[in-house]
Design a binder for this molecule. Structure first.
Ligand SMILES: [Ca+2]
Ligand SMILES: [Ca+2]
Length: 233
């Protein structure tokens, strides 16, 4: 049985008030800033580039976390993560930092969603997705029929025995976001790859769960992932 999504993650974010020219990553500055990066995208869909900047000033684990998107020709939009951090492991986040992971249009509506990772050493990344919605910045939540919605985490992990990542598949009815997990082998059969695919669709502020599919494949590539249908979102 795959156990690819077992580790919990924390994403805590802050953004400074000004925006510099686009770059892949800021270097952590002195003075307690341990988490600062930015990514370019078109978050409002006006076809002009915007910049999202995330980070935090280390003032203890109770630091107030925010994320900021600076629209190309418009205002900065700020979101505080105080409430979103609570269900997560705030203490662990104090030692791992965060990074602007990507900007991809996950629902094919012409606006990029912002992906922010917790930059966990050794294990990979747990990514929280944000979007501009009705003029505000919101983290997307996971909805699967449960009354209580949870913060959605996309997992990008890797080890010698397993890995996880995300692909997008376009269907006539819309774009599917697929969380993929692979176990590279078992003791009884090291070339038997177990695959778990969990499909979601992004609607408004939520990832709506669609289906889970598990299957096995044979591989001559020991210790590395097999490609699955779809492309990097
Ligand atoms: Ca824009
Ligand atoms: Ca979008």
């Amino acid at each position: 049985m795959l156990r690819l999504f077992a580790f919990a993650a924390v994403v805590t974010l802050f953004a400074s008030g000004h925006v510099s020219p686009p770059a892949a990553r800021d270097r952590p500055a002195s003075g307690g800033l341990f988490c600062s990066s930015r990514v370019r995208g078109d978050f409002d869909g006006d076809r002009r580039p915007d910049i999202a900047r995330v980070g935090s000033v280390r003032r203890g684990c109770g630091t107030r976390w925010t994320v900021v998107i600076r629209l190309g020709a418009g205002p900065s939009l700020v979101h505080s993560l105080d409430r979103e951090v609570l269900p997560l492991e705030q203490t662990r986040m104090c030692s791992v930092g965060c990074t602007a992971f990507g900007a991809h249009d996950l629902d094919r509506d012409g606006r990029d969603e912002l992906e922010v990772a917790d930059a966990t050493p050794a294990t990979g990344d747990a990514v929280v997705v944000y979007r501009l919605f009705r003029g505000s910045l919101h983290p997307l939540r996971r909805r699967s029929g449960m009354r209580r919605q949870k913060l959605m985490l996309l997992m990008y992990t890797g080890s010698v025995t397993s890995g996880s990542w995300v692909v997008c598949r376009d269907r006539p009815e819309g774009r599917r976001v697929i969380q993929v997990g692979e176990g590279y082998g078992t003791r009884s059969d090291p070339r038997l790859v177990e695959v778990l695919e969990t499909a979601y669709v992004v609607k408004g502020e939520t990832f709506r769960y669609l289906s889970t599919r598990t299957y096995s494949r044979r591989s001559s590539r020991v210790g590395s992932p097999l490609p699955v249908p779809g492309r990097r979102c």
